[in-house]
Write a protein that binds this ligand. Sequence first.
Ligand SMILES: Cc1cc2nc3c(=O)[nH]c(=O)nc-3n(C[C@H](O)[C@H](O)[C@H](O)COP(=O)(O)OP(=O)(O)OC[C@H]3O[C@@H](n4cnc5c(N)ncnc54)[C@H](O)[C@@H]3O)c2cc1C
Length: 466
Amino acid sequence: MSTDHHVVIVGGGPGGYESALVAAQLGARVTVVDSDGIGGSAVLTDCVPSKTLIATAELMTEVASAAELGVNFHDHEGDTATTIQVDLGRINARVKQLAADQSADIARRLEKEGVRVVRGRGRLAGPDRVQVSLADGGEETLEADAVLLATGAAPRTMPSAQPDGERILTWEQVYDIPEVPESLIVVGSGVTGAEFASAYLALGIDVTLVSSRDRVLPGEDADASAVLEEVSTRRGMNVLKKSRMESVSREGDTVTVTLTDGRSVQGSHCILALGSVPNTADLGLEESGVQLDEGGFIVVDRVSRTSARGVYAAGDCTGVLMLASVAAMQGRIAMWHFLGDAVAPLDLKKVSSNVFTAPEIATVGWSQQAVEAGEILSETVMLPLAGNPRAKMQGVRDGFVKLFCRPGTGIVVGGVVVGPRASELIHPVSIAVAESLTADQLAQAFTVYPSLSGSIAEAARRLHHV
Ligand SMILES: Cc1cc2nc3c(=O)[nH]c(=O)nc-3n(C[C@H](O)[C@H](O)[C@H](O)COP(=O)(O)OP(=O)(O)OC[C@H]3O[C@@H](n4cnc5c(N)ncnc54)[C@H](O)[C@@H]3O)c2cc1C
């Protein structure tokens, strides 16, 4: 299929590059304008680096239970080794290399598919025109039949908590610290804060997590966050709840986080995980008829259209659901819609997501909060992993499987898995939710014996009605 359409995409993250691939596949001429490197924040500073760091943290978590499984470590003289140390320099070098390689892989793929990549900063000059300030100087104007905005978001900071790049850090700056922090304070207990706190704790660092709410991960399943809090505290994390940060300051090698109630906590380093602000300033949006909400996010409908005809938007700059997978899907939907391919509107109730803590927390579909708020009628079953034979063999005690299904039909509408590799275990539940399978259908599929996924089938069996 070939069209005469020229699609201009501003931003080279998952929202941008995934839509470029779809537009090219559908025969459009495609230009991606990107200022900071193909792959975007997802590949260069956020998802890929953090999950690479967490891969080492996972290994450390497993090693911590080695003795229980009969493995001891000895030093070169045969004495029992009491500590295992990480080489943070090597970890960080690996993180940065892996991110750079991934970015290069995506750039090669775009080139192979005939997508033109322009290095520079794009700005709308009307709904059908993008003005680019080129990275190597000069300007270029691109005429477009459709524009997709996928400019992402950046870490939020506060005037009273300014990162210095050395000891007071955003999540983008953590891979440049040369020394292992003696004591780390993570401010913010949303997904990003919880992931970094959990990862650095597993790497053997003294961690304090400052949460303004009465629990960590306030947006997640309450039972899941209770497990995470219990496990993290047991492993030595200092969790400060109902503790709102007022300011972060540094004196020499000491960082002080002052709380609004007057208390303070000190450490050698601090990571600010205060959420994100959309990259939508100075993009010529309002002048071109693109509506923003009060938070500065671009308003889109479920096929990624903005209020300006021919201008679409995808990813973090829309604030719909800040995940790489959602950014990519919004971008693909925009291109399917514009180029006339079959398209279904974005359905957030089918999105599966994961918090990469130890243990992991994976969710899909309707949540317990929604059930309790009466937004949906659902039966619930929750099964601890501790009773699962594979979990016993692996020394896994923490975690559970929770399923939600409609009372009359038994159709599975959501689920939560807490445990090691929950991100992989959630997939059968995602399929059930996406395909409206019943709990009985989910229960009838064979699972391997012994396996953690056996608990998903067992939970589904418990929802059976005679
Ligand atoms: C620490 C962390 C970990 C995360 N981990 C995960 C995870 O495990 N799984 C997951 O699904 N999501 C994760 N996320 C969320 C995920 O990173 C974002 O949802 C994703 O990056 C959004 O993609 P995007 O394409 O909208 O924007 P981005 O990835 O931010 O890409 C946008 C790109 O556009 C460029 N740009 C901006 N303005 C312009 C302009 N005017 N002209 C040209 N280029 C421009 C930016 O420089 C950037 O390169 C994580 C986020 C954080 C902070």
